[in-house]
Design a protein around this ligand. Structure first.
Ligand code: GLC
Length: 676
């Protein structure tokens, strides 16, 4: 494609139509010059392909594989797996002629009430960035594009289209922009989607600091910037800020650009630059269409969805090793709660996937129970999910709970509670579900709770009354069997939290400032988001960032940090051994945190800088290694407008979670050159 030749042959009107969506899901073609339309489609965890067979008629969402949502994928800490899911998504996109998947979303989980937390990866920018980069690589390796979103600082749904986020630049760089920087530098998404909100009073769609200075100049982004749907307020101002494609079609935008050109507000050179970027996207799509998979193996995708859901399952509590269920001590089992049969598998909004093949845990639990000769009784106990599950037939549920050796209660939130366009009012479960847990625990001291949700839950009302808690996340269409495998020991859980579960919402660092005053929201907690807050302040938490139990145990030893003093711009290798000291094969996610001992600027006590997932047989010893670069010791110095490493001693923490530190070392770091 000779882009400059095409630009020279396009009329001004044709150029302008290329910068404004044709409709909700595609760009304008220019048939006379062989420029095709580009087709885009949601959803990060499954394709949400909307079609309207008859103009003005009803729209339909094509059925697709519903994978575990992004918060579940992050809990796997498995980048190869996330990349595989990206590839599978690309296969299904290719089958429907979709050129760009509108995902992944990688906004930081600033508050656990954010309605879209199920769609985001983590409270930690490094983990969030790595997950996003893996997803993008998986999709784009198959010739389909992605749209990294929502750029930037879209961390609440309440007032998202107008609220102005007020945050200092160091916090912006180190926390809210960092996931996007990692994903752009590692995987170069074909597109980046700007967010709805304002940043320091300027809409993201018109924010040249964000879209040009940061994204293109500092991060080296080479793709196209498109708007979130309806996020453009003034098409000419957006163009000047280097937003190249308005989505969806914006009525009046054509005239807006023509008038702005006529009055000198914009130039044809600016239009040409945006058109060139659009044509480069077309070029990628045309090239991608040639190498996309021709078939989509939905059976394989469902198996992958189940495997991913299994890796995400996070065992939060397991007193007395009640799990896995042991037929020697559990001969009868009560399964309580409709979500065992009709699970909550995803959140709501533009990411919602239509799938017909949803499987609950119950059927697989019954299969396991038959093999283990365990009697299983099931009681739904509450109605199907309306606004809130009305408790019913709890008497029957109590009876089976009382008679059984063990009771498993299924609870959760669902797409009517966790969704785009609104935030949760709080982070406790529906009171009826809390009551059901308490009733069951009162009947049976060996109660297990399975939670299907997309983000942190306050469990303080019942956590001390139950023996075990299994967090299933929104596990997608095949999450149910995965949970059943964990409960019966057919699989060893290895998921770990990518977000802190606080004891209560009032403890969260954004509690006093969220949601703002309706016009502004001030990120007064600064850098201290998630575990950065709790660990620096020594605040108690329900379950820490990085936490997740296993049916086996792991011993960390022999920490080596070489060199133990690093001059700039050297790098540091951190290594240690990990031994499976239990009696069954299992995976451990080893985490490395770094923290400056006596910083001369405010810094969190520790920050995640590396992780490795290792699978070991009983008794097997493995070696894990991490490479730390000067960037891992740096902070953003706003007055220098650069990343700065100051000389000093840093502590290296190697742990099983942010609070379960197994090994520690110190390293002398010399001041190095600043870098962008
Ligand atoms: C929505 C969402 C965005 C989605 C887009 C298209 O408002 O914010 O994530 O991709 O519009 O549905």
């Amino acid at each position: 494609m000779d882009i400059s030749d095409l630009i020279s042959r396009l009329t001004l009107d044709e150029k302008i139509t290329l910068l404004i969506g044709k409709d909700s899901w595609s760009t304008e073609p220019v048939p006379r010059l062989g420029i095709p339309s580009i087709r885009v489609s949601d959803g990060p965890h499954g394709l949400r392909y909307e079609s309207r067979p008859v103009e003005g008629g009803p729209s339909y969402i094509t059925e697709a594989t519903c994978f575990p949502t992004s918060s579940a994928l992050a809990a796997t800490w498995d980048m190869d797996l996330i990349r595989e899911i990206g590839a599978a998504m690309a296969e299904e996109a290719a089958g429907l002629g979709v050129d760009v998947i509108l995902g992944p979303g990688t906004n930081i989980k600033r508050t656990p009430v954010c309605g879209r937390n199920f769609e985001y990866f983590s409270e930690d920018p490094f983990l969030a960035g790595e997950c996003a980069a893996a997803y993008i690589a998986g999709v784009q390796d198959r010739g389909v594009g992605t749209s990294l979103k929502h750029f930037a600082a879209n961390n609440q749904e309440l007032g998202r289209t107008s609220v102005s986020v007020e945050v200092d630049e160091r916090t912006l760089r180190e926390i809210y922009l960092r996931p996007f920087e990692i994903a752009v530098r590692k995987s170069q998404p074909w597109t980046v989607m700007c967010s709805y909100n304002r940043l320091a009073g300027i809409y993201a769609s018109e924010n040249a600091f964000l879209l040009d200075r940061v994204l293109r100049h500092d991060f080296g982004f080479q793709g196209l910037v498109l708007s979130d749907w309806g996020a453009v307020h003034d098409r000419a101002k957006a163009l000047t800020a280097s937003l190249e494609l308005e989505m969806p079609h914006g009525s009046g935008s054509f005239e807006n650009l023509k008038a702005a050109l006529a009055n000198g507000e914009i130039t044809e050179a600016e239009i040409d630059r945006a058109v060139a970027s659009l044509l480069r996207l077309v070029e990628k799509a045309v090239e991608g269409r040639r190498r996309r998979p021709k078939a989509s193996d939905r059976t394989a995708h469902r198996a992958l969805a189940r495997a991913a859901a299994l890796q995400a399952v996070t065992l939060l509590k397991n007193d007395g090793s009640l799990l896995p269920l042991n037929p020697a001590s559990v001969t009868s089992l009560a399964v309580i709660g409709r979500f065992a049969k009709d699970p909550m598998i995803q959140g709501g909004g533009s990411a919602f996937v239509t799938t017909k093949s949803i499987e609950g845990a119950l059927e697989t639990m019954q299969e396991h129970a038959v093999k283990a000769k365990i009697r299983l009784d099931y009681e739904p106990a509450y109605s199907s999910w309306a606004e809130a599950p009305g408790l019913e037939a709890t008497h029957e549920a109590q009876l089976v709970a009382e008679k059984a050796d063990c009771a498993v209660v299924f609870v959760g939130t669902g797409h009517r509670v966790e969704s785009e366009s609104f935030d949760r009012a709080g982070i406790r479960l529906n009171p009826d579900l809390e009551r059901l847990i308490l009733m069951t625990a009162a009947m049976n001291p060996r109660t297990v709770v399975v939670v299907q949700a997309g983000s942190a839950i306050d469990m303080s009302a019942w956590i001390d009354k139950v023996k075990a808690v299994v967090f299933a996340w929104f596990g997608g269409e095949a999450g149910g069997p995965a949970v059943a495998d964990v409960l019966f020991g057919a699989a060893n859980p290895c998921g770990k939290l990518a977000e802190t579960f606080p004891l209560r919402l009032e403890d969260t660092p954004s509690f006093d400032t969220y949601p703002g005053d309706g016009n502004h929201t001030w990120y007064r907690e600064g850098l201290f988001v998630g575990y950065r807050h709790y660990d620096s302040m020594g605040t108690g938490v329900l379950f820490p960032f990085g936490h997740g139990l296993s049916y086996t145990s792991f011993l960390y030893a022999d920490l080596r940090v070489t060199p133990d003093a690093v001059g700039a711009p050297g790098s540091v290798t951190v290594a240690c051994s990990v031994t499976n000291t239990g009696d069954r094969r299992g995976s451990e996610i080893v985490q490395v945190y770094v923290g400056e001992s006596t910083p001369r600027v405010v810094r969190p006590t520790k920050e995640l800088k590396g992780f490795v997932k290792i699978e070991l047989d009983p008794g097997e010893k493995g070696e894990v290694r991490f490479a730390l670069t000067p960037r891992d010791f740096a902070y953003w110095n706003a007055s220098l407008a650069a990343w700065h490493v100051q000389s000093g001693t840093h502590r290296i923490f190697v742990g099983s979670s942010s609070r379960d530190i197994r090994l520690e070392a110190k390293i002398a770091v010399a001041q190095g050159p600043d870098f962008s």
